[in-house]
Design a protein. Structure first.
Length: 454
C-alpha cells in the first residue's frame, strides 16, 4: 500500500474518517461531488490508505481488462466476518480462478433455467399472503420471495417448517450486520457479550450451526438433489478434490449475501419506478401479455430494458475496488503497485454524455442503444463480475412478470436510497398498496399520460 499521494490523481484532503462517514451516509452524493470537482480519476483518503476513483468508461475498461494476476481484493476484512475467508468475493489470483470455475455451472444455461418455476412459485406464495387494500413494505415482501428462492434453489429446502426455521436464522444474521461493524474494526467489540457486535456473532453462530448440520447430514447419507448446495458438494476441482465443509459454508453465505438482499432491493426499485410512470407500466404489461413460458418472458425486450434501467439508476453497490499488485495505467496516470482503485458504478451511470437525462427513468434508452459493459455495469466487470448476475436478472424478470401481469398496486410515497449494510436500498422499503388481482385488458394507448414524481 502506498501513502504518497504525489504520484496519484488530485482529490480532496478530507480526513479518512470523515470520508468514510460521508461515503456511508450517501455514496451517490459523495462520488458525484468529487467527480464534478476533480473529474476522473480522483483520489480520496480512506482508513486503508489512498483510494483512486475511476468514473470514466475507458478508464474502467483499463481496470477491468488488466491481467487478473495483477489485481487483488481490497477491504476484505469488511466482508470477512459475514462470508468467511474462502469466499469467492475475497480470494484472488489462482485460487479465485479455480473456485470460480467450479462454482460457475449452476448459475448458467440449463441449470439456471431449471429454477424458473421456483422463482415464479415464490412470487405466487407471497401474493397469497395479501388481501386487497393491504399496505405493503414491498422490500420485505421481495425479501420473502428472494429468500424462498435461495432456500429452495440453493439450499434445497422444501419443507414448510424448515423454510421458516432457515428464514428466521438468515434474516437474523443479515439484520444484525450493522454497517459500523463492517466499516470500522474498532466497532467489532462485544463487552460482556453485549452490544450490536455480540448480537451479530450470536446470529452468525446459529446460522453456521444449521449450515454445518445440513452439510454433515448430506455427506453421511449421500443425499443429493438438484439444488446448488448438492451440485457444489458433488463438484470436483481439477485435481479431484472436493470443497471442504468450511469452503461450502463460506460460499453458501456468499450466495445468501449476494442473492437475497440484492435481488429484493432491485425488485423494490423496479416496482417503485414503474408506479411513478403509469404509461411505462402499461407498456410493460402489454408486453407481458404476449408470453407465458419462463424462457419467453426472460427474452421480452422491454422487460429487460426496465430491469437494466432500474439497475442503472440505483445499482445495489456503489463501486468495485481492487488493489494493484503491479503498476497500473489509468487515464494519464501510472499508479504504483499497492494502490487501491475503485470503479464508481454510480457515477458512470449518472454521466449525461452516456445517458441523456440521467436522473429520469427511461427504459427505452436500452432499446435504442446497446451500452458497453464499461458504461452499464451494475454487476461489476472483468474476471470478478458477479457470478450470479444471470441468475439475478432471470429472477428479477420472472418475479416482476408474476406480480405485474396479474396484480395491481398503488404507490404510497416517495423514496431515496440509503445504506443497508454493504448495499444501498430504499429508505422506506417502497410503500405500496395492494389493489388486488388485475382483470385482463386490451393494450393501452401509446399516448397514455405519465405521472412523474414531484
Amino acid at each position: 500500500m502506498t501513502s504518497d499521494r504525489r504520484a496519484l490523481p488530485p482529490g480532496p484532503n478530507t480526513p479518512a474518517v470523515l470520508v468514510t462517514l460521508q461515503y456511508m451516509r450517501d455514496a451517490y452524493r459523495f462520488y458525484r461531488k468529487q467527480y464534478e470537482r476533480y473529474g476522473s480519476p480522483f483520489t480520496v483518503n480512506t482508513l486503508r490508505g489512498p483510494l483512486v476513483v475511476v468514473a470514466d468508461p475507458e478508464q474502467a475498461k483499463q481496470v477491468f481488462t488488466t491481467n487478473p494476476d495483477e489485481l487483488d481484493t481490497w477491504g476484505a476484512d469488511a466482508l470477512d466476518p459475514v462470508v468467511g475467508p474462502t469466499s469467492l468475493l475475497l480470494v484472488a489470483g489462482a485460487r479465485h480462478r479455480r473456485d470460480r470455475k467450479l462454482l460457475t455451472p449452476p448459475f448458467h444455461g440449463a441449470r439456471m433455467k431449471a429454477y424458473g418455476a421456483v422463482m415464479r412459485e415464490a412470487a405466487q406464495h407471497e401474493v397469497a399472503r395479501w388481501m386487497p387494500g393491504d399496505e405493503l413494505n414491498f422490500l420485505r415482501s421481495a425479501q420473502h420471495v428472494s429468500l424462498e428462492v435461495i432456500l429452495r434453489a440453493v439450499f434445497g429446502v422444501q419443507d414448510g417448517r424448515a423454510v421458516l426455521a432457515w428464514s428466521a436464522a438468515i434474516t437474523s444474521m443479515i439484520e444484525s450486520a450493522h454497517p459500523a461493524g463492517m466499516f470500522f474494526r474498532a466497532a467489532r467489540v462485544a463487552p460482556f457479550g453485549l452490544g450490536p457486535w455480540a448480537k451479530f456473532l450470536a446470529a452468525r453462530a446459529a446460522l453456521d450451526a444449521m449450515i454445518y448440520e445440513e452439510i454433515h447430514e448430506r455427506r453421511a447419507a449421500q443425499r443429493f438433489g438438484d439444488d446448488i448446495l448438492s451440485l457444489m458438494m458433488q463438484a470436483r476441482y481439477d485435481d479431484g478434490a472436493a470443497m471442504s465443509d468450511a469452503e461450502l459454508r463460506d460460499e453458501l453465505l456468499t450466495l445468501l449475501l449476494a442473492g437475497h438482499e440484492t435481488t429484493a432491493i432491485s425488485l423494490s426499485w423496479a416496482m417503485w419506478w414503474l408506479h411513478q410512470h403509469p404509461a411505462k407500466l402499461e407498456r410493460l404489461r402489454d408486453e407481458l401479455a404476449t408470453a407465458t413460458e419462463s424462457e419467453a418472458i426472460a427474452q421480452l425486450p422491454y422487460l429487460e430494458a426496465v430491469c437494466n434501467e432500474t439497475l442503472r439508476l440505483y445499482p445495489i453497490v456503489s463501486d468495485v475496488v481492487r488493489t494493484a499488485r503491479a503498476p497500473l495505467t489509468v487515464g494519464a496516470y501510472t499508479l504504483p503497485a499497492g494502490v487501491a482503485v475503485a470503479v464508481s458504478i454510480v457515477t458512470i451511470h449518472e454521466r449525461a454524455d452516456l445517458f441523456e437525462r440521467p436522473a429520469a427513468f427511461e427504459p427505452e434508452r436500452f432499446l435504442q442503444k446497446k451500452h458497453s459493459p464499461f458504461e452499464h455495469l451494475p454487476f461489476g466487470g472483468g474476471h470478478r463480475r458477479c457470478l450470479g448476475a444471470a441468475f439475478a436478472m432471470y429472477e428479477m424478470k420472472l418475479v416482476l412478470a408474476e406480480l405485474l401481469g396479474a396484480h395491481r398496486f398503488e404507490s404510497l410515497g416517495q423514496e431515496r436510497p440509503v445504506r443497508r449494510g454493504v448495499t444501498l436500498g430504499p429508505a422506506e422499503g417502497v410503500r405500496l398498496r395492494y389493489l388486488g388481482p388485475r382483470a385482463p385488458s386490451r393494450p393501452s394507448s401509446e399516448n397514455a399520460k405519465e405521472r412523474r414524481p414531484h
